[in-house]
Ligand binder design. Structure first.
Ligand code: GZL
Length: 307
């Protein structure tokens, strides 16, 4: 676009490439791997100099990385906040240093929205509602109690808070749908398997698993099979993300419903960087587009999945 050319031209004039400092959450899931690749590929395509850090899912590491970018006087800082709270101090430091900040993927709960230019990411509450709606529809004629266990994402993270909120909001319309256990699996396969093993030990009759991401669902599937049960049949499984391994399990009928969460935010982020540097007005909220898929849909869609 003209703005893109103008920004890159002005950077070229000053002989300086646009420098973007990105503080990533970690490498905890297939979704995160795809998200990182999208950011790195898009930065290269945009001709930006990308400084990238992996916080191993620790907030103090993300804060350290942001402080380093401030010292390095990068043009723009972007990050995916591992949890919602505790960002105001470091975001004020970036603002005082005159460095614009863009949020991607996850939100912060800062009251002062002048601390960031925009938030590019999914509507996690809507993702939770989609999961709930499919379940309410599936059990609309059931008179029996339906026992649900829930593998939550990282404690305190926007996706964990909001996917739970959206799901709970919808399933309360049917009192037979009962969440009998809900615990964090920290978005990883290992933890998802461990917590599902504990759920299976403590609860004799589990009908449904709602997992906040595919990686935890895939770990739980291992635990369910090791317990001699059939995932997708003895225990109905709903998951969120839609990474290739999730689609593979869904196409085999081991996951019954997948709510997509699009990790490919790199292009939108680079455009927002250009617009911010060109002092263009940009929306405070940019919502990413995504769909929902049954096992049948997954079988058809699997060949088209990019990540
Ligand atoms: C959602 C993202 C979540 C994914 C998980 O946008 O923050 O973090 O759902 C990832 O797979 O770990």
């Amino acid at each position: 676009t003209a703005a893109a050319a103008a920004t890159t031209a002005s950077a070229a004039q000053s002989g300086k490439k646009v420098t973007l400092g990105f503080a990533q959450v970690g490498a905890e899931s297939g979704w995160r791997t795809a998200n990182t690749k999208s950011i790195q590929d898009s930065a290269k395509e945009a001709g930006f100099d990308l400084k990238f850090s992996d916080a191993q899912q620790k907030q103090e590491n993300q804060i350290k990385a942001i402080r380093t970018y401030i010292q390095q006087k990068v043009d723009v800082i972007a990050f995916s906040p591992v949890v919602e709270s505790g960002w105001d101090t470091v975001l004020k430091e970036a603002k005082d240093a005159g460095i614009p900040v863009i949020l991607t993927d996850r939100a912060v709960d800062s009251k002062d929205t002048s601390l960031y230019k925009t938030f590019i990411g999914s509507d996690f509450v809507e993702e939770g509602r989609s999961a709930g709606k499919w379940l309410v529809d599936k059990y609309k004629d059931t008179k029996d109690t339906v026992n649900i266990v829930e593998l939550q994402g990282t404690t305190g993270s926007a996706p964990a808070n909001d996917r739970k909120a959206g799901f709970d909001e919808i399933i309360k319309s049917n009192p037979n749908l009962k969440v009998i256990a809900s615990q964090t699996g920290d978005f990883t396969r290992a933890k998802g398997k461990e917590v599902m093993q504990a759920f299976l030990k403590a609860n004799k009759n589990i009908n449904v698993l709602y997992a906040h991401n595919d990686d935890m669902a895939l770990g739980a599937i291992q635990a369910i099979e090791e317990a001699g049960l059939k995932p997708g049949k003895d225990i109905v499984i709903i998951s969120v993300d839609g990474v290739k391994d999730g689609f593979q399990a869904a196409s085999e009928g081991k996951i019954n419903f997948i709510v997509e969460c699009n990790p490919l935010l790199g292009g939108q982020l680079m455009q927002a960087v250009r617009d911010v540097l060109a002092n263009k007005e940009i929306p405070k909220r940019i919502v990413t587009k995504e769909g929902v898929f049954t096992s049948e849909d997954a079988k058809r869609e699997l060949p088209n999945r990019q990540y």
